[in-house]
Design a protein around this ligand. Structure first.
Ligand SMILES: Cc1cc2nc3c(=O)[nH]c(=O)nc-3n(C[C@H](O)[C@H](O)[C@H](O)COP(=O)(O)OP(=O)(O)OC[C@H]3O[C@@H](n4cnc5c(N)ncnc54)[C@H](O)[C@@H]3O)c2cc1C
Ligand SMILES: NC(=O)c1ccc[n+]([C@@H]2O[C@H](COP(=O)([O-])OP(=O)(O)OC[C@H]3O[C@@H](n4cnc5c(N)ncnc54)[C@H](O)[C@@H]3O)[C@@H](O)[C@H]2O)c1
Length: 459
């Protein structure tokens, strides 16, 4: 029976453990904080539960435009945070249950690589309660994730200067939150706190929020943010964040000082690769500490695999989980398809949401791909008008020669759900004609997906 040791129990680690158990391996998973890892306990699950509360506030506030009067909605931060933590704990418990039912030995503790003898790897385990011990494994998966990066000049204190993992301990809504960094994390929290009633200033180091997204999509979201009163400082880098008597101040690169009540630092993340014993065993890391892997999650050392955020490949739960599964399938000799990052769908849970899959407008404009494009504003979609949610658009890309769907970008209140038909079309190489000929509900937001596909057929 193959022995598999997995360090880290986030989506990369626990999905890999479930596959390994299904393939009858003897599996040990060592996790420092709780089953589900940071994804479940501090990152995806809490943030999306928190955002659900902010969406409820927006819907209540905007219902007046539908002729419905709702008294000014009031957020109860303690209750919101209690629910967030309860959902995260419950999800972690569910995952722990699944793992143990599948026969995985789940250890509450930390682990490091200890030694390597031929094809057998030694892993040193430090359980939370108990003495250290060593286990031996034929296959090791490193799935230790990443930690929010902080500014070198600015210690976080968990009270006024915070990372995204510390927000759920605040008993009050920040009166004026300064969000430093306008990537996905910054945009999501800036959007959520604005909806909940905080004054929000977003410090964006580039010319727009979410610089990694297509310009028109990011600008559509940014214009909603500005319309709701967010103060967005573009081309502004934060040099330092300081505590003041009653709050914080953020010093920008040009010397401007922005005062606020709280600062949230969302300037990326650093991989959890230090102290794992990688150098001692010859496992390569790059200059930022990420563990390079190939498309089946192999590191440079035979028998040692890595998956998830620690690899620096697209930092998404879905990608981490797929990398983890692929590692185990490969290691245990199953047929495996290398990971295809081109088809990864992702969603920014701002309001409106921004979902993407496949090629981008940047790819088209730079001539990297030869695609036709149709973009339909949601303002012309009947369902969007009925819902009073017509900010945004649906955009579909199709390969010019074949008419196969190459990608899509959707900005809409539930773009993360709407992108799925486009993702299916990209993955299964459906043509715009096939997408267009699928009947859609009337009225529906997905009607715009079919309509864009129909317009692409006309070329
Ligand atoms: C605020 C926020 C929101 C996000 N929202 C989304 C989203 O909506 N959708 C999405 O797809 N992605 C989202 N992401 C990204 C997603 O959280 C990550 O891509 C995902 O968690 C990566 O999974 P992982 O298994 O690599 O690592 P993690 O989930 O980070 O888990 C790794 C685990 O390993 C443990 N560990 C580390 N070292 C050791 C050790 N030596 N021994 C034992 N255990 C160890 C850590 O404690 C951790 O629990 C979000 C990220 C952030 C920061
Ligand atoms: N919905 C989701 O799927 C979701 C949500 C949150 C995070 N994530 C993942 O987590 C990863 C990390 O996201 P993130 O937003 O934390 O990091 P990021 O690296 O995507 O964005 C950080 C931003 O901060 C800026 N920045 C850096 N230093 C700065 C400074 N001193 N002042 C002002 N701005 C500064 C950077 O230029 C960058 O634009 C992403 O890769 C993302 O895929 C996913």
């Amino acid at each position: 029976m193959a022995r598999v040791a997995i360090i880290g129990g986030g989506p990369a680690g626990y999905e890999a453990a479930l596959v390994a158990a299904q393939l009858n391996a003897e599996v040990t998973l060592i996790e420092a904080t709780g089953a589900g890892g940071a994804c479940v306990l501090t990152d995806c699950v809490p943030s999306k539960s928190f955002i659900a509360a902010s969406n409820a506030v927006t819907e209540a506030k905007e219902s007046v435009d539908l002729g419905v009067e709702v008294d000014a909605p009031r957020v109860k931060p303690k209750a919101v945070n209690a629910r967030v933590k309860q959902l995260a704990g419950q999800q972690s418990g569910d995952i722990a249950g699944k793992l143990t039912t599948a026969g995985v030995t789940l250890v509450d503790g930390t682990a490091t690589l200890a030694d390597c003898e031929g094809r057998t790897h030694a892993v040193r385990v430090s359980p939370r309660d108990g003495e250290d011990y060593t286990i031996h494994a034929d296959i090791v998966l490193l799935a230790t994730g990443a930690t929010p990066r902080v500014l070198p000049t600015t210690p976080v204190d968990g009270e006024r200067v915070l990372t995204c993992r510390q927000l759920y301990d605040l008993d009050e809504l920040p009166e004026h939150l300064i969000v430093v960094g306008s990537g996905v994390t910054g945009a999501e929290f800036a959007s959520a706190y604005l909806s909940m009633g905080s004054r929000v200033t977003l410090i964006s180091s580039r010319d727009r929020v979410m610089p990694h997204e297509d310009r028109d999509a990011a600008e559509a979201v940014e214009s909603v943010f500005r319309g709701r009163g967010m103060d967005i400082r573009s081309h502004a880098r934060a040099n330092a964040v300081r505590r003041t008597d009653d709050g914080v101040e953020v010093e920008l690169g040009d010397g401007t000082v922005v005062p606020g009540s709280h600062a949230l630092i969302t300037v990326g993340s650093v991989p959890n690769s230090e102290g794992l014993g990688l150098a001692e065993l010859g496992v390569d890391t790059d200059d930022r500490g990420y563990i390079p892997v190939d498309k089946v999650s192999r590191t440079n050392v035979p028998g040692i695999y890595a998956a998830g955020d620690v690899t620096g490949v697209h930092a998404l739960a879905s990608v981490a989980a797929m990398q983890g599964r692929i590692a185990v399938w490969h290691a245990l000799g199953e047929a495996v398809r290398p990971i295809k990052l081109r088809n990864v769908a992702s969603n920014v849970f701002s309001d409106p949401e921004l979902a993407t899959v496949g090629v981008t407008q940047g790819d088209v404009d730079s001539g990297k791909v030869d695609c036709r494009v149709v973009k339909l504003p949601l303002a012309s979609n009947p369902r969007a008008k009925m819902l009073n949610r017509s900010a945004g658009f649906v955009k579909i890309f199709a390969w010019r020669t074949s008419g196969v769907v190459a990608g899509g970008v959707i900005v809409a209140s539930r773009a993360g759900e709407l992108i799925q038909p486009v993702a299916i079309a990209v993955e299964h190489r459906l043509t715009v004609e096939q997408l267009a000929r699928t009947l859609t509900i009337y009225p529906s937001l997905s009607g715009s997906v079919a309509e864009a596909a129909r317009q692409l057929m006309e070329y």
